[in-house]
Design a protein around this ligand. Sequence first.
Ligand SMILES: Nc1ncnc2c1ncn2[C@@H]1O[C@H](COP(=O)(O)OP(=O)(O)O)[C@@H](O)[C@H]1O
Ligand SMILES: [Mg+2]
Length: 260
Amino acid sequence: MGNAITIMFTNQKGGVGKTSTCLGLAEAFRYMGRKVLLVDCDPQANTTSSFQVDTDGIATLYDLIVNREPIENCIISNGDGIDILPGDKVLKAQEDMIGPEKITRLQHELKKVKNVYDYILIDTNPGTGFCVKASFAAADGAIIPLNFEKYAIDGLADVMRTMDSFRDLNEDFKLFGVLINKLDMRMGDQRQANDQFEKMNGQKMGDQILHVFDTKIRTDQTIPKAQTRDESIFENYKGSKAQQDFLALAEEFEEEIKNG
Ligand SMILES: Nc1ncnc2c1ncn2[C@@H]1O[C@H](COP(=O)(O)OP(=O)(O)O)[C@@H](O)[C@H]1O
Ligand SMILES: [Mg+2]
């Protein structure tokens, strides 16, 4: 255990599945016996609320960044294998007002707990604001969830450009992979887009080599259902497509890390 790999989930677009894939992968890693810290860097704090964490009166990511609260005082641990560094709606309100000198606070504080976890997963908001930048500085690399819809490739090019433009924040930042989410191969246009993506795999895009995970997350209504009910895919929806896909993704990820 220890020396965590820090992964941020990013895409400038909303609704592509950043939060869902972050949660799904966190659950899959836990299922495999890994110790996970979830960092809710999305100012909407969906991840935090899905774990029914009440941020009233407790220190959050906002306090860590703005009030220099040490990370130990912010992490919520209930011993179930996934710890949470809760987000805060105040972050959203004040994001534009946080000074640039705070950009490395998260990076700095996460270093202190890296030896406690196997994985640190950071859920981010759409756009390129303060929270996204702070996550770029703090993470080892990104998973980019993507949906096969119109302009998906344009969206991907945007994210890759953003990654290049934040390079000075973190020289070693890498693209772990593009994760196709909400795949429905019954749809002809999705099959077409999938073929197109297979061809792009391994090609250069900006400074990065494009890597697309073999594992795709299929469209599965279990995902929104579990979220609305604050349920666990791995406990309440065993055998679902979502559970199978997230487990396959976690295994593929570990295999990849092992092979460098
Ligand atoms: N594979 C999937 N199958 C079905 N619904 C999904 C899937 N992934 C995400 N969703 C749903 O799509 C919506 C947007 O996903 P979300 O993870 O919140 O996106 P983001 O964090 O990028 O804004 C949510 O309602 C979520 O439940
Ligand atoms: Mg989200």
